[in-house]
Design a protein around this ligand. Structure first.
Ligand code: FMN
Length: 279
């Protein structure tokens, strides 16, 4: 017998057109040769520095979390990149999460080389002294993840830098009154098949598929109510704000009356208080 959850799942699938029976276009599958099609991924800005302290930024999509405890991440970098030697020599870097308002800067840092331009200056990004390493973080990013390289694995076109997370700095403005870090309000950027997207509609919380019915539904996020309260101004998409860019700052769109992305040092302490549940 179907329980409440599986009935609801069925209804959701029906709405989304995933019913059996009729032959649909989606059943005509195409087989492609081996290649990368794992999307979406983040498009992060990785900051690093040379021995003399000259900082650079490289945009990286081949990145991810690889271990919870010890906290570890990886980035995969082509040896031809200017940043490659910086990463290899210094053994450290910062992963700076990107937002819709940082999309243009992220793209720029992914198509221009630090050999030719000072990307911090070109993008009007603010170098923020890191806590554990010499390479600076990016102040305009909501989350800075300081990393130390543990191992470098040559794979082929890319070499993978496995790294320990030494510390995380977060933008205090995303901490609510209860101390919760509301990352959903940051307008995080995703990269999918050659295009950038701002994270959108909330669809459920971790574990919602098995939550007993009758309990409070996870149908709305604080991001939704945040948008409602502010009339959507705070989560303006790249598209809707087209042409409203602040020309003094390449790539860092000035936004929001509350100045959330404009100024201020993210790391005035970590007050999340709550332990992360998911892996
Ligand atoms: C969205 C995006 C994702 C990218 N991901 C990677 C990546 O994962 N690894 C890599 O080596 N290069 C990646 N690149 C390319 C580098 O960011 C680009 O070659 C950059 O100009 C290198 O900068 P550098 O020469 O200053 O090191 C990406 C570029 C973009 C726009």
């Amino acid at each position: 017998m179907k329980n409440d959850n599986s009935r609801k799942r069925g209804q959701r699938n029906q709405k989304a057109g995933r019913t059996g029976g009729q032959k649909s276009r989606s059943q005509e599958r195409l087989h492609w040769r081996s290649g990368n099609m794992l999307y979406p991924v983040p498009a992060v800005m990785v900051s690093c520095a040379d021995r003399g302290g000259r900082a650079n930024i490289i945009t990286i999509a081949w990145t991810g979390t690889i271990c919870s405890d010890p906290a570890m991440v990886y980035i995969s970098v082509r040896p031809g990149r200017y940043s490659y030697d910086l990463l290899k020599d210094s053994g450290e870097f910062v992963i700076n999460l990107t937002t819709a308002s940082l999309a243009e800067a992220a793209d720029f840092c992914g198509v221009r080389s630090g050999r030719d331009v000072d990307k911090f200056r070109e993008c009007s990004l603010t170098p923020l002294p890191s806590k554990h390493i010499k390479a600076p973080s990016i102040a305009e990013s909501p989350v800075n993840i300081e990393c130390r390289v543990k191992e470098m694995i040559p794979l082929g076109t890319h070499h993978m830098f496995l790294a320990d997370v030494l510390g995380v700095t977060v933008d205090n403005r995303f901490i609510d009154e209860s101390g919760r870090f509301c990352l959903e309000n940051a307008g995080l950027l995703a990269y999918s098949h050659g295009a950038y997207f701002e994270l959108g509609r909330f669809v459920g919380k971790f574990g919602f598929s098995v939550r007993k019915s009758g309990k409070k539904k996870a149908s709305r996020s604080s991001a939704d109510s945040f948008r409602e309260k502010t009339g959507g101004r705070e989560t303006e998409t790249a598209e809707s704000s087209h042409g409203k860019k602040d020309h003094n700052r390449r790539g860092v769109r000035r936004q929001k009356k509350d100045g959330r992305q404009d100024s201020g040092h993210p790391g005035s302490g970590r007050r999340t208080g709550k332990k992360q549940r998911n892996s």
